[in-house]
Write a protein that binds this ligand. Structure first.
Ligand code: LLP
Length: 438
């Protein structure tokens, strides 16, 4: 039971304000409902249908600029896995960012917008023949190697010296969901510190490869700056060991992404300024102690740049007891089912003075676990046809979307200054049938 169940009048007054931190800054609530970038969600729902991902361009750019201002000496590479489409990659290129891709598919989008090849890093624990072909064909600047097999494969494929980073798992627990914790040892990514020198020797033995630096990514949705600081220290210490053993000093250190965002009101914002200071000090101090030049630092945020710039609009199809069922579900939001992620849901198409009640917002798919949000407060008069909005869906929603139940994936609609345009159109049954050639 929530406070609003006991005191419905509190619930009524709360519904008139937008919860801070989770909505894009351009979102506002009026008596007619929610608007974003000056456009009412009813208009967006009518024009583009539901479900629909809405992406606020200014919010993405504002976040990029906040990163640039907080981390002036860092290279910032957008992690494309969080949300890749032409428009977003174009904005990232314009903001002066680099780009992390991890498949030929992501690279194809980068290529389509002419993303500068020297600013692209290719990642992944599995790189297929198609991935190698695409990356070498486009001459991406750096490739992050993840296994001894890869070092050998790339060594024989690279036509001219290819700059590589070696992915290391520094043995740091980022205290996040175990499915997205990648800094701890004994897992599929990278080389644990105790084996990483073997990778260094393997790279140095390949005439077609040039060791540019080291890479680590300790996980995603990480709130603790101390975990990044510890990882940074361990990585610089390892650079010292490489110098001692091989007499060379790799010039760059990529500390990955993983900066947490608030999904619910009241959740702590990532301490970006603290991160910048503490990581820089940890790197400089450790390097100075070991008599090393400070490495060039790269970071790879994805979620922190786009998550809070996106909202999803749904239409209520039916209300049954405490279940409010909408026209989307786990095919457009896998995070709730995969990680038990929690979301806020808001009646967005109108305002209501009805008391709040606690409900579960569920999807249309044939599974009891197809839930978007449990125990959320919505006005008791929510009914079929209402438009609901879920914030913080800009990252790992479209990119994780599926066609479960042959449902077509929603569009991404870009909004800015009173204008809305489709960035990615809604999938159609023809799109689905086009692949079904049997
Ligand atoms: N760099 C590397 C090498 C990564 O693997 C990732 C994310 C990032 C950067 C960006 O991390 P971010 O800043 O976005 O947290 N599907 C999960 C997240 C998986 C993250 C995978 N790697 C989720 O929805 O929470």
């Amino acid at each position: 039971m929530t406070l609003t169940d006991v005191l419905p009048s509190i619930g009524r007054s709360l519904q008139t304000k937008l919860e801070p931190d989770v909505w894009p800054r351009s979102a506002s609530a009026t008596a007619e409902g929610l608007s974003i970038a000056g456009i009412s969600v009813n208009e967006l729902a009518a024009r583009f249908g539901t479900p629909a991902y809405i992406l606020d361009e200014d919010e993405v750019r504002r976040r990029c600029q906040a990163y640039r201002a907080a981390l002036p000496g860092f290279e910032i590479a957008y992690a494309g896995k969080s949300l890749t489409c032409r428009a977003v990659l174009h904005w990232m290129a314009e903001e002066g960012f680099s780009l992390d891709v991890c498949s030929a598919g992501e690279l194809a989008v980068a290529r389509a917008v002419g993303f500068p090849a020297e600013r692209i890093l290719l990642h992944g624990n599995v790189k297929t023949t198609e991935d190698w072909k695409a990356a070498l064909g486009y001459e991406v600047g750096r490739i992050v190697v993840d296994s001894l097999d890869e070092i050998e494969q790339l060594g024989s494929l690279a036509r001219h010296p290819q700059r590589v980073l070696i992915r290391v798992t520094p043995g740091v627990d980022g205290h996040t969901h175990k499915a997205i914790a990648t800094g701890v040892e004994n897992q599929k990514f990278g080389f644990p510190l105790r084996e990483a020198m073997t990778a260094v020797s393997a790279v140095l033995a390949q005439p077609g490869l040039r060791l540019d630096g080291l890479h680590c990514h300790i996980g995603s949705q990480i709130k603790s700056v101390a975990s990044f600081e510890l990882a940074a220290r361990r990585m610089v210490e390892f650079i010292g060991q490489i110098r001692d053993q091989h007499g060379i000093v790799p010039r760059s250190l990529d500390l990955g992404g993983g900066h947490a965002v608030p999904y619910l009101p009241g959740e702590q914002e990532f301490d970006l300024v603290g991160y910048a200071q503490r990581v820089q000090v940890a790197v400089n101090y450790t390097a100075a102690t070991l008599g090393l030049p400070a490495p060039q630092l790269t970071i790879e945020p994805g979620r922190a740049l786009v998550a809070n710039a996106g909202i999803t609009l749904y239409r209520v199809v039916t209300v049954k007891g405490s279940y409010v069922a909408v026209d989307g579900g786990m095919s457009d939001n896998m995070r709730a089912s995969l990680y038990g992620a929690r979301y806020l849901v808001r009646l967005a198409g109108r305002s209501s003075t009805a008391p709040l009640r606690t409900v579960s917002v569920v999807g249309r798919h044939c599974e009891a676990g197809d839930v978007i949000a449990t125990d959320v407060s919505l006005p008791a008069d929510v009914h079929a046809g209402d438009v609901l909005a879920v914030p913080v869906t800009g990252a790992y929603h479209h990119s994780l979307a599926s066609n479960y139940n042959q449902v077509c994936r929603p569009p991404i609609v870009g909004v800015r200054d009173g204008w809305a345009r489709p960035l990615v159109r809604r999938e159609t049954e023809e799109d689905l049938m086009a692949r079904d050639v049997g």
